[in-house]
Unconditional design. Structure first.
Length: 211
């Protein structure tokens, strides 16, 4: 059993996880959730408030014109469905496997760079000082699921990742790092060179040239 599966099981075993599990199947009212989980309405509202704050669930107001005053229902956000899905990681890793079998290393790396450039096009380019742009690039990597820190030495910056958001694919295909290299280069507005650790537990590292 991998770590993602263990995390999912632990989450779904909790009360909030059980609520999310119900809401992934259908939009429900507080009363319906309370009845299904044998909780009080107030307990359910407290859990829902926390889940709303964390962006995992959202309220859905009933359509106007209904008889009486129907209660609001709750449903999971689309971001929650993506967060709890393992399909993205598994499909991406297998897709890279297939591409590597059919393409040369140079062709695969070129495709990865194009992917990074297109990802960059979805984010506004950072302005300000060179350091400001580097910090923004590190923040973009964090948004993809990385944990980063920025180091500076003699005007040269390094964006160092503690772990790798693409580790499942990088372990067998370091060319994948080219996508992040291209993404960060676009974000900073100057060349970025990947110097990642591609071992059993990949660690991101990208060096930004001094200006």
């Amino acid at each position: 059993m991998n770590s993602v599966t263990r995390w999912n099981r632990k989450f779904y075993a909790s009360t909030r996880g059980r609520i999310v599990g119900l809401l992934r199947r259908a939009a429900l009212t507080v009363d319906q959730i309370a009845r299904d989980l044998h909780l009080t309405d107030n307990a359910v509202r407290a859990h829902l408030a926390a889940l709303e704050r964390d962006g995992l669930v959202e309220q859905h107001e009933p359509k106007r014109g209904s008889v009486g005053k129907p209660a609001n229902t709750y449903r999971v956000t689309e971001e929650t469905n993506q967060l709890l899905s393992r399909a993205y990681v598994v499909v991406f890793a297998r897709l890279v496997d297939v591409l590597s079998e059919r393409l040369s290393q140079a062709e695969l790396e070129s495709i990865m760079r194009t992917v990074g450039q297109r990802l960059a096009a979805e984010s506004s380019r950072a302005s300000g000082s060179h350091r400001d742009r580097v910090e923004r690039a590190a923040a973009i990597l964090e948004e993809l699921g990385g944990a980063t820190s920025v180091e500076e030495h003699d005007g040269t910056f390094r964006i160092r990742g503690h772990g790798c958001p693409l580790g499942a694919a990088v372990r067998g295909h370091p060319e994948v790092c080219a996508s992040v290299e291209a993404l960060l280069s676009e974000a900073v507005g100057s060349p970025v060179r990947e110097c990642c650790d591609h071992g059993e537990r990949p660690q991101c590292c990208f060096e930004v040239a001094a200006q």
